[in-house]
Design a protein around this ligand. Structure first.
Ligand code: AP5
Length: 225
């Protein structure tokens, strides 16, 4: 009986987490939980959470921990996460990581591995400037690195491609500052627990994908020992 695989994907904004999510979803039958996507869905639906979150997101700041932890807790309680999950964009602060540990412990579960996508700031700025997302499914493209077949149109669902509100250069600068100040302490947090696996995110999406698959295969083997 295979053990559940509970993974976290962390990395700076624009490191390629969403790009890899699309690929990993096809490889593994486990839910890919992106707090950024969940927040954007709340903003789109005009919920109270979305209204509160939008102010922070548009400024490139983090949404307050208590809102995020409540949202993530609720999602992780759902049955489809029972055999494992991949978290993207959560936790993003040490208090969020501690809340996640508590949540896992309450259910007799634990995190299996944390994959860190490493990309330098100057490459992040290039990637985010050229990023386009589709209005329907949120699929990711880049005008130079990963262009759609027809400019401005999503290959997967035919919907329009747009720039995200928080991809304006001044907001990106703030998102990077916030990442270094509030999220990068998680690297030590998980490294000291022996959970961190580093991935070179500067290579092509296909190479990054291959590396992640290899790391996940190793984690599975280690967990079976
Ligand atoms: P979120 O949506 O999580 O944004 P993020 O972490 O800033 O990450 P991005 O979605 O910008 O980038 P990505 O790593 O997915 O890169 P992508 O694959 O698109 O969060 C948004 C906001 O929500 C936050 O700012 C915050 O306000 C709030 N929030 C979310 N979670 C929170 C939490 N836990 N606590 C508090 N607040 C929270 O790639 C980028 C571009 O590069 C694309 O164009 C892509 O085509 C291209 N690309 C990707 N890989 C490669 C490659 N290998 N080579 C060349 N180009 C590539």
């Amino acid at each position: 009986m295979p053990h559940e695989l509970n993974l976290i994907l962390i990395g700076p904004p624009g490191a390629g987490k969403g790009t890899q999510a699309d690929r990993l979803r096809e490889d593994f039958r486990m839910p890919f939980i992106s707090t950024g996507d969940m927040l954007r869905a709340n903003v789109k639906d005009g919920t109270e959470l979305g209204r509160q979150a939008k102010v922070h997101m548009d400024a490139g700041e983090l949404v307050p921990d208590e809102l995020i932890v409540a949202m993530a807790d609720q999602r992780l309680e759902q049955d489809d996460t029972r055999d494992g999950f991949i978290l993207d964009g959560f936790p993003r602060t040490v208090p969020q990581a501690q809340a996640l540990d508590d949540q896992m412990a309450r259910h007799g579960r634990r995190i299996t591995g944390v994959l860190l996508l490493e990309v330098p700031d100057e490459e992040i700025v290039r990637r985010i400037a050229g990023r386009r997302v589709c209005v329907k499914g949120g699929h990711n493209y880049h005008v130079d690195y990963d262009p759609p077949k027809n400019p401005g149109v999503c290959d997967q669902d035919g919907s329009r491609l747009i720039q995200r509100d928080d991809d304006q250069p001044e907001v990106v600068e703030n998102r990077l500052k916030v990442y270094h100040a509030q999220t990068s302490p998680l690297v030590d947090f998980y490294d000291t627990r022996g959970l961190l696996r580093r991935i070179d995110g500067t290579r092509t999406p296909a190479q990054v994908h291959d590396h992640i698959r290899a790391v996940i295969a190793t984690l599975r083997l280690e967990d079976d020992v």
